[in-house]
Design a protein around this ligand. Sequence first.
Ligand code: HEC
Ligand code: HEC
Ligand code: HEC
Ligand code: HEC
Ligand code: HEC
Length: 297
Amino acid sequence: MNIWKVFSAVALFAVGSGYAHAAGDLPTKFTNMGSIGNSRHNLTQQQASGGGPLSGAMDFSRNNYAEVCVYCHTPHGANAAVTLPLWNRTLKVTTYTTYNQLGTSTLTQTVSQPGASSLACLSCHDGQTAIDSIVNMPGSGRYSAAQTTTENTAFLDAWPGTQATGSHSGLADPGCVSCHKPGVPGATDFTAFAIGTDLRNDHPVGITFPSTNGPGTDFRTPAGVKGTTRYFDDNGNGKFDSADVRLYDTGGAVQVECASCHDPHGVPSGAPGSVFKPTFLRVANTSSALCLTCHSK
Ligand code: HEC
Ligand code: HEC
Ligand code: HEC
Ligand code: HEC
Ligand code: HEC
């Protein structure tokens, strides 16, 4: 950890406290409307060339590819080992401690390892993989098939632009969370975003939805069908859209995954272009509306 960088960043960023934010979110410099580019999932932020109070702080812990989508998707050479759209991220083989291993669980079903639509998120949020660890970096000749499952620091270091070298350590200490933790003045605390590999204290994922074949007493029935995905069309527009909570087919069963509740691109709270619902949620949890989409309680 380069202490000078921490202190210079803190001095530069101390002015950052007055930014606008969406209701329910931590204060942020982003408008959280219109595009993922205006949300915390824009990992090109703080470009050195852009100047301003947020210049450069991330640049020694991740490569700045200067494209928003590329941290997750690529038009060519995608990671075909996983059923995710044009997926560009390294997915390491990781074993998670699942919810049902919590002694107090009353679940009667087995919780499986997270499915693709959770592994996508965990590839950053479990803190095990660098945020910039992708298969196909922008530009020709910057593709590495080995990156589909293995993070190769030498490959990532070959990126010629503004970059980290040797320390692409991800959403964990000593990466982003070396500054974004309690006690570092000026930096927003992101430790709650670093979910880790122990999922016992998180809403279960990789869990089968009990009542897809008919109404249950404990669960509502997702009537919408799109391919193998089932969804709740609670906004009643007859379309499968980002505001619909959904369940993913992982081979014979439809299951809850991270992207059942969250859309990583942000979901407008009203008309297109309106401020996103907090926390990348598909349904804002006001009056527990998200929970009640699935649970009849
Ligand atoms: C050297 C310390 C340092 C490191 C390392 C660092 N940041 Fe920051 N970052 C800051 C400071 C200071 C701010 C400005 C205060 C704030 O908004 O949190 C900031 C701001 C941000 C913001 C804007 C917060 C907002 O929504 O307005 C985001 C997002 C962010 N950093 C993400 C990251 C990510 C992702 C990483 C790792 C790849 C990272 N940072 C690494 C110090 C750092
Ligand atoms: C932080 C990671 C991340 C970034 C950045 C990102 N996406 Fe995605 N995207 C995902 C994930 C995860 C899925 C799959 C969600 C699921 O499993 O249902 C997805 C799915 C999609 C889909 C298909 C399903 C849908 O929601 O329409 C499209 C199209 C898409 N992304 C386009 C984009 C574009 C264009 C950008 C850049 C402007 C972008 N994404 C940036 C993570 C990301
Ligand atoms: C490319 C890495 C990456 C991927 C993939 C990713 N995230 Fe994130 N996410 C981050 C980082 C880093 C932050 C912290 C803010 C920042 O640094 O921009 C964050 C922040 C968040 C936040 C907090 C937003 C807020 O302001 O409260 C939520 C919620 C979230 N992510 C959910 C998800 C979910 C769900 C998925 C999968 C559908 C996902 N993320 C995929 C990197 C990622
Ligand atoms: C059953 C719905 C549901 C599922 C499944 C789910 N989340 Fe969340 N998540 C939420 C809600 C609701 C919040 C907002 C909590 C709050 O505001 O305190 C949230 C908050 C978050 C946050 C922000 C934490 C904070 O304190 O601001 C992150 C990061 C996140 N989720 C990531 C994930 C990831 C990664 C997965 C998959 C492993 C996942 N979520 C699965 C509903 C869900
Ligand atoms: C996408 C659908 C969905 C959403 C949204 C959802 N849940 Fe769940 N939840 C489930 C399923 C499926 C299970 C597993 C139930 C089972 O097997 O009995 C579950 C399990 C649980 C359990 C565990 C019960 C146990 O026995 O250990 C709790 C508690 C819970 N959910 C609370 C919530 C809360 C609170 C929210 C809102 C933040 C929420 N759920 C949102 C589908 C959902």
